[in-house]
Ligand binder design. Structure first.
Ligand SMILES: NC(=O)c1ccc[n+]([C@@H]2O[C@H](COP(=O)([O-])OP(=O)(O)OC[C@H]3O[C@@H](n4cnc5c(N)ncnc54)[C@H](OP(=O)(O)O)[C@@H]3O)[C@@H](O)[C@H]2O)c1
Length: 338
């Protein structure tokens, strides 16, 4: 069995394939023979050493996988060898075989492909948690999505539509206009347009009900401005701290220091809310389980359809990371371990 390991931080070339010993499940765990593993932007940030409390090296990245159960721990109920599943792995997903607590695993129907199942866990639960659980999105609401063509972005537009959003603004790089429009969003060019102006101009000066901001830093101020009275801003990332595929800490630090501080009085005065969101640190596992079960149900009913851009062979993982650094992805990027 092989897995990908990061033994030193840096550019995508630090991702190396190594052999690993056969895994044995603890009583409450299952072993999954991985078919596909999802790549998330957070994996790139971890590789650069700028992801919050970064995991100690050496480590194997990978938040999510799909595959088939190959072994079941003694106290596990409801899962059998041979069952097709998707799972949250936290770290460790970039591997031919993973061991995961059974409560982080969900069964998938035979008509759901391994690609679809691996593309779903992180992006959809993040979008669902923000818009539905925290945001209580309703019929007629308006939504602003940054990185609209990416993993979370393409999930968020589907969730927003499923819950009745009337207008969705999608901000992305210039070359992605057609793709973003194809998903039913009003495209805003991140490099050449002022998204606050576009949103205000096209909502009679009001602004949006929900703004999803994974960019962070000073950008949050602008997203806050784009909200209408009663609007909600979700701060859930720091992509502006990533300056290309190499470690460049001075800029990162500078951008981090420039993250705005919002005054509660200002929020009261403007009737606007800000949520900080990090799915990786949510302690309420029952809530997470409920959310993922709803999403699997929506998937089965084809109310959500993950958009997969590209599947790289796992030995080509450095190019897969570089592809995302180059902002080329339209939807989700996966690794193939089949
Ligand atoms: N808090 C949470 O629990 C949570 C969970 C999942 C994801 N996230 C965050 O949500 C964001 C999206 O995650 P994702 O996994 O779905 O990734 P993604 O959106 O597929 O990421 C790639 C896209 O991000 C945009 N981008 C912006 N700044 C970039 C930079 N410095 N380098 C490369 N690309 C950049 C590019 O699109 P454009 O140039 O077209 O914008 C690129 O195509 C990330 O910031 C991630 O950390 C947070």
């Amino acid at each position: 069995m092989r897995r990908i390991v990061i033994s030193k931080l840096g550019s995508p070339e630090v991702l190396k394939v190594i052999e690993q010993e056969k895994l044995m499940p603890l009583d409450d765990e299952v072993i999954i023979r991985v078919n596909k593993a999802g790549i998330n932007f957070a994996d790139l940030m971890m590789r650069l050493g700028i992801y919050g409390k970064t995991t100690k090296i050496p480590f194997t990245p990978g938040y999510e996988v799909s595959g088939v159960i190959s072994e079941v721990g003694k106290s596990v109920n409801g899962f059998d060898v041979g069952q097709r599943v998707a799972a949250f792995t936290g770290v460790g997903g970039y591997s031919e075989e993973v061991k995961v607590p059974a409560n982080q695993v969900v069964s998938i129907g035979d008509d759901i492909s391994f690609e679809t199942a691996a593309a779903m866990p992180v992006t959809y639960i993040t979008a669902y948690h923000m818009l539905v659980e925290l945001g209580n999105i309703r019929d007629g609401d308006t939504v602003l999505i940054h990185h609209a063509a990416g993993g979370v972005g393409t999930a968020a537009v589907q969730i927003a539509n499923a819950f009745g959003a009337s207008r969705i603004f999608g901000v992305a790089s210039s070359g992605k206009k057609k793709f973003v429009e194809g998903l039913g969003m009003r495209f805003i060019d991140r490099d050449h347009e002022d998204f606050v102006k576009v949103v205000k101009d096209e909502t009679n000066g009001a602004g949006v009900h929900h703004a999803l901001d994974p960019v962070g830093g000073q950008h949050l101020k602008k997203s806050f401005k784009a909200l209408r009275s009663g609007g909600k801003l979700y701060a859930f990332g720091g992509s502006s701290f990533v300056r290309g595929p190499k470690i460049f800490k001075p800029t990162t630090l500078w951008r981090l220091l420039r993250t705005p501080k919002f005054s509660p009085l200002g929020m009261i005065g403007k009737n606007k809310a800000i949520f900080g969101v990090h799915m990786g640190t949510i302690k309420d596992l029952d809530l997470m389980r409920r959310e993922i079960e709803i999403l699997v149900e929506m998937l089965n009913k084809k109310e959500i359809i993950p958009i997969i851009d590209k599947v790289f062979h796992f030995e080509d993982v450095a190019n897969a990371h570089q592809y995302i650094h180059d902002r080329k992805n339209r939807g989700k990027v996966l690794l193939d371990f089949s």
